[in-house]
Design a protein around this ligand. Structure first.
Ligand code: NAD
Length: 341
């Protein structure tokens, strides 16, 4: 009998519930039509929890995550007031040492991208850097935020990126700002370079973050795997997503040694809450990455194929893709494709 996977589902807030429900519907259709067995266990997290629990990540939710094989997470609004709880996603990434944030961006059929044949993956360090959470006001009007870079975390993310590149087009680009952030930049660069002899088949090159934002627009098809520190990776992956057509298409995996959390690259887009207009594909593709992480490659490929077929048909297009279809029309069409593939 095939294994039953327990998945924590955190729907989040803003457009989170719409895109997460769409993904659960797609995975349920996959379960109905394949041998895959998935049990969703629902938990609460996000901005809306703060009033109720005093935190955006209640302890019951942390306990739930610990009992599951992986987490499907919707986007969540992050409080911006100093002293308020920090992003729930950042807390989970640190708590479970989900050191690699893996964000693929590729050209899709019938989607206007800046260039054809884009197929790249941004691998972002996920536990430190500018997201260390150490930020304070030194004296009125003078603030400090600490960018923590360690050899240990840099090696972990670099190793992940090398392995990924060696299975793909064997090209790894490491991105930094070593000309200005010389101490932390050097630790990151040295960690990447120290692993190069272990992967002689992988060609490596480097770029400064500012130049990289330009290269990504000018020649995105040149890149394969891009590895970088936390904030630079966050910025580059949103840019890469739009270069391929829409932020609404981009999926992300947060990978650690023994747990994975899967979510869209985009945030909670509060102005679209409850309007049924956003694109659910980013979260659905995050669902496919989760199914692959569980070891069910064939089932994951079925989700990807269904998404690509729906885009190829071109009948259903959400607003970000230049159409007027709703979130539920898009997810229903993907469900129908899953049933017929
Ligand atoms: P955002 O990604 O939520 O939205 C930016 C814009 O991108 C939207 O206005 C919309 O035009 C477009 N967009 C986003 N998702 C889309 C979709 N599925 N389909 C179509 N278009 C889409 O970024 P933001 O406005 O900077 O952040 C809003 C909130 O989300 C903030 O509170 C932020 O902290 C939070 N956030 C959370 C996560 C997370 O949970 N991992 C990630 C990023 C941002």
């Amino acid at each position: 009998m095939s294994k039953i996977y327990n998945i924590a589902a955190l729907k989040g807030d803003g457009i989170g519930p719409e895109v997460t429900n769409s993904t659960i519907k797609v995975i349920d259709a996959l379960v109905e039509t394949t041998d895959l067995k998935i049990n969703f266990k629902y938990g609460e997290a996000g901005f809306y929890c703060i009033e109720k629990y005093g935190t955006n990540l209640p302890k019951e939710t942390i306990a739930l995550l610990k009992k599951t094989d992986a987490c499907l997470k919707g986007p969540m609004t992050t409080p911006q007031t100093p002293g308020a709880p920090i992003s729930a996603a950042v807390q989970i990434r640190k708590m479970f040492d989900l050191f690699a944030n893996v964000r693929p961006c590729r050209s899709f059929p019938n989607v206007d991208a800046l260039k054809p044949n884009i197929d790249l993956i941004v691998v972002r360090e996920n536990t430190e850097g500018m997201y260390s959470g150490i930020e304070y006001e030194l004296s009125p009007g003078v603030g400090v935020a600490l960018r923590i870079i360690t050899k240990e975390a840099s090696l972990k993310v670099a190793e992940y990126a090398f392995k990924l590149a060696s299975k793909r087009k064997k090209h790894l680009t490491y991105v930094h700002k070593g000309n200005i952030l010389r101490v932390t930049g050097k630790i990151f660069k040295d960690a990447v370079k120290s692993l190069a002899p272990k992967y002689p088949e992988v060609k490596i090159d480097e770029a400064h973050i500012d130049a990289m934002t330009m290269h990504l627009i000018k020649k995105p098809e040149f890149y394969d795997v891009i590895v970088t520190t936390n904030l630079f990776g966050d910025v580059l992956s949103d840019e890469a997503a739009q270069v391929t057509g829409s932020l609404g298409l981009a999926a992300g995996a947060n990978i650690g040694k023994s747990y994975g959390m899967f979510e869209p690259v985009h945030g909670s887009a509060p102005k679209y809450t409850g309007q049924n207009v956003v694109n659910p594909i980013g979260t659905i593709m995050a669902g496919a990455m989760m199914v692959e992480y569980l070891g069910e490659k064939q089932a994951a490929t079925k989700i990807e194929k269904a998404v690509i077929e729906v885009l190829k048909d071109g009948k259903i297009r959400t607003k970000d893709l230049g159409g007027s279809s709703t979130t539920s029309e898009m997810s229903n069409e993907i469900v129908e494709k899953i049933r017929t593939l």
